[in-house]
Design a protein around this ligand. Structure first.
Ligand code: PXP
Length: 249
């Protein structure tokens, strides 16, 4: 069985659009666990555009919930993450202007720094993962860095599938990288841009042990949940109109 990690960042995006409390990512974290997720992923971005420090702290304190905290290599974020003590961390590249994590880490440029960070978390018994592009060189460097896991960026594959372009080459690249990583003893995860159409080929790769999915699930839940929410609001409105309080107004 492959593990499913649900990324709930965009619950916080929606909440922040109002600057108030609803929908609450803390509630969402408990909810996704109840509904079958193996873990919850949150990204404490440097600009705090969705998950805030207090969210991360509260979510990481939920008992029996495995939390995967995505972090950049910035000192302030590392310090925070070590204090918050999630179960897992996934180190990702971060660029202020990007809409989402656009590619994997530049391991060639940042190998020494990332190796040091990985050691800090491993010393605290926190599982480490590196978000990387499907590249053989990056797999070999990840092994040298001594991370526990790698997460292969599936964004390019997902975009090719969604735009009905040829995706076989990218898929073969992901399969090759997965095979090598597994052979080297790295635990392989995959994620980014996955939806109902793109998840199946990725989930069929035997050595991938965990999939992290966010944006599509949150978007899809609007359509799945909207009928219920409208019906309930309708009922409340109708019931109030017929009640004595409503009649007096
Ligand atoms: N994995 C990593 C490392 C990510 O940064 C993200 C996006 O935050 C995801 C998975 C989930 O991607 P998506 O939201 O497109 O499903």
């Amino acid at each position: 069985m492959k593990r499913l990690g649900v990324n709930i960042d965009h619950i916080a995006t929606l909440r922040n659009a109002r600057g108030e409390f609803h929908p609450d990512p803390y509630y969402a974290a408990n909810y996704v666990k109840k509904k079958g997720a193996d873990s919850v992923t949150i990204h404490l971005r440097e600009d705090r555009r969705h998950i805030k420090d207090l969210d991360a702290k509260k979510i990481c304190s939920i008992k029996n919930l495995l939390v995967n905290l995505e972090i950049s290599t910035k000192d302030e974020i590392i310090k925070n993450a070590l204090r918050i003590k999630p179960d897992f961390v996934c180190i990702v590249p971060e660029n202020r202007k990007e809409i989402t994590t656009e590619g994997g880490l530049n391991l060639l440029k940042n190998k020494k720094k990332i190796k040091k960070i990985v050691k800090k978390f491993k010393d605290k018994k926190i599982r480490t993962s590196l978000f990387i592009n499907p590249s053989i060189k990056d797999i070999i460097m990840s092994k040298d860095i001594e991370t526990d896991c790698i997460e292969i960026h599936t964004g390019k594959l997902a975009n090719l599938v969604k735009s009905k372009k040829k995706f076989k080459k990218e898929f073969t690249r992901i399969k090759r990288c997965t095979k090598l990583a597994h052979k080297l003893g790295l635990v392989v995860h995959a994620g980014h841009g996955l939806d109902y159409d793109t998840v199946s080929p990725i989930a069929a790769i035997p050595s991938i042990e965990e999939l992290n999915i966010g944006h599509f699930l949150i978007g899809e839940s609007i359509f799945r949940g909207l009928p219920f929410a409208i019906e309930k609001m309708r009922q409340l409105i109708d019931a109030s109109c017929n009640s004595p309080v409503g009649a007096n107004r």
